[in-house]
Design a protein around this ligand. Structure first.
Ligand SMILES: [Ca+2]
Ligand SMILES: [Ca+2]
Length: 212
């Protein structure tokens, strides 16, 4: 199966939503059964107060996440909360994606006056070479990513963490490129030493602002 998604703003005056899934049976080879299939239909609604000058990433502090390896006294953000992201077990890499729709900001994007700041605290475990990485993608209305606007942020290696379990701040700023309808934030947790994927991340933040 493949995953498909659509996104957008609910138009003014909407009083209800109708979700419809159609499963089509082939008409070309006299199939007895309809083998069209689907699963896990989801609808997520989000209310935006003001999109500017605040973190609009959801659960960026991973307080609905996991906790292993760091302690409350490990170097990291002051506002870390109780939990953070780590990659877990069973794979050599874990990836988190979050899509944020911003079509209502198209006037600012057309005028090239919409700036972003994408940041996160990244780290790992002791002397292990496991690490984390952030990436941001800008995608247009046809779901085409703007490859020239990709940004990567590599987290610290063990030496940069002084070989202790800790988190360090990484950030990138830029201008939201023309044609952007939504952004995809990605967090990679990469395993070099087993058995756990000990790339850590916390306090992921995506902030938009108007350039004056
Ligand atoms: Ca946290
Ligand atoms: Ca590990």
């Amino acid at each position: 199966m493949q995953t498909y998604f659509a996104h957008g703003f609910i138009p003014t005056g909407t009083r209800g939503l109708l979700l419809r899934a159609t499963v089509l049976k082939s008409t070309t080879n006299n199939d007895t059964y309809n083998y069209g299939s689907l699963d896990n239909i989801e609808l997520a609604l989000e209310y935006f107060d003001s999109p500017f000058n605040r973190n609009i990433a959801t659960n960026g502090g991973f307080e609905q996440g996991s906790n292993l390896g760091l302690t409350n006294t490990s170097p990291g953000p002051d506002d870390r909360g109780q939990r953070y992201l780590y990659g877990g077990q069973g794979s050599t890499e874990a990836v988190m994606n979050q899509m944020i729709c911003i079509p209502s900001l198209s006037p600012y994007i057309i005028n090239q006056t919409l700036s972003y700041n994408f940041s996160g605290w990244l780290g790992g475990y002791g002397t292990e070479a496991d690490s984390s990485m952030l990436m941001i993608m800008f995608v247009d209305a046809n779901d085409n990513a703007n490859y020239s606007a990709f940004k990567y942020l590599s987290g610290p290696n063990a030496a940069a963490r002084n070989n202790i379990s800790s988190l360090l701040l990484s950030s990138v700023t830029g201008r939201v490129p023309l044609g952007t309808v939504y952004v995809v934030l990605k967090v990679f947790s990469i395993q070099q030493v087993g058995p756990y994927v000990d790339g850590y991340a916390d306090q992921i933040s995506f902030v938009l602002s108007q350039e004056q």
